[in-house]
Design a binder for this molecule. Sequence first.
Ligand code: ATP
Ligand code: MG
Length: 481
Amino acid sequence: MDDYLPSVAFDALQSIALVAGALALMCAAVPFVLPALVPLAFLFAHFRGKYLAATRDVKRFDGTTRSPVFAALGEVPRGLPTLRAYGAQPRFKAAFAGLAGRNLSWWAAFVACARWLGFRLDGVATLALAAEAALIAGLRHRVQPRLAGLALVHGEGEKRRNGRGEVGVRSLKRRPSFLSLAVNLAGAMQWAVRQTAEWEVSMTSVERALELTRLPREPPTRAEGGPPPPPGWPPHGGVDFEGVSAAYRPGLPLVLEEVSFSIPPGSTAGVVGRTGSGKSSLLLTLFRLIPVTSGVVRVGGVDAASLALDALRGAIAVIPQTPTLFSGTLRSNLDPVGAHDDAALWSALEAANMKAAVKRAGGLRAAVTEDAANFSVGERQLLCLARALVADAAVLALDEATANVDAGTDAAIGGALAAARKGGRTLIVIAHRLDTVLGCDQVLVLDDGRLVEAGPPRELTTRAGPFARLAAAAAAAGGGT
Ligand code: ATP
Ligand code: MG
């Protein structure tokens, strides 16, 4: 948008000025040509309308068929080892040829549209010139020769290319010849039509950029004038939900309904429930990533809605369901702002059971590649856990990645959580395996956004309630929930 739009707009304005100038010159020299130009103007408008209607769709198809080509160009090199291992190159070559062919056929259609327009505008320009020439010849006693000459003979058009390699006529050079005026006028007309169309299309990017500026803002942070937290906050990391309902957006169904529970400071709570029951949404509500429609969430005894966002989020460390690491080094991932020394990072890694793995990878300077592909999903979660421990937040929330982590990783996560708990943190563990929550102080069972059971795990296992039913279903399915 930044590069392309100004040059397109400039081209469009310039060629419009060029056409207008040439026509004005013709009219000034021989005013009688004016009546002949009016029907030609209608003809011009007619062709322009048809061209724009056709190219709008052709351009759209060109765009939509082009993105799969670019996507393939990005994806195939990344998956190359796999492709070669399976000997799938011929299949992917053929698929790529198909994608490119489809795109090129739309591109060819676009070029054909441009030819169609060019041919007709050539005709219009030639007719205009022929009318002018005939009038000059007929009225040769009343037209001044020098004006007649000026009206008929311009310079030669200079070919140029725009950003996409399309050739157009832009400016006049001083090499007079009679024929060249027709060429010039036709070329400039065609260029004006095409560049105004491009201009119009490019303005949609401006519209999109403007839309972004109208997004609703997040509540202010402390630095932006948000309310300061109460002194000494958070004194402890207790979490209380009081009749909390929440929806992802106004108008969408509630994902949490009247949920109430209390996690005392320094204790652990396990959250279980079938997939889609609202476990991850519960964490997002705690973070104020989704708005509470009714009820109160308290962190450290303070209404979370009354806190500045950064204060609230700084007090809670979360290990999300899809662990996110950034490309860089292990150090930049564990301590993005560089506020801690190596010893603190190592002790966090030790607590997270990742010390040996990090040593093997080459220490804190080891690279983290794009999408952290050089670490397994379980290791990524443990690294996120270490990051959370480094941040030293009062509340630690873990959203277990999957039911499919291997037993070793599972044990490592369990051990790491025990370590975190020893540090006096409040822990919320969202688990897909019921084994994970058996060591917790209390278990919350969610079903379809409602809290259907809560209590110490030992109590729940003996009661024939939702938790026992989940356990039975898990046993029947062979371990997962
Ligand atoms: P899982 O065990 O698979 O992780 P979950 O218990 O974490 O499931 P949630 O992710 O909290 O489930 O989803 C609860 C409900 O919220 C689902 O019905 C889902 O359709 C809805 N939901 C989740 N994410 C969004 C979203 N971004 N926008 C709208 N609705 C969503
Ligand atoms: Mg989830």
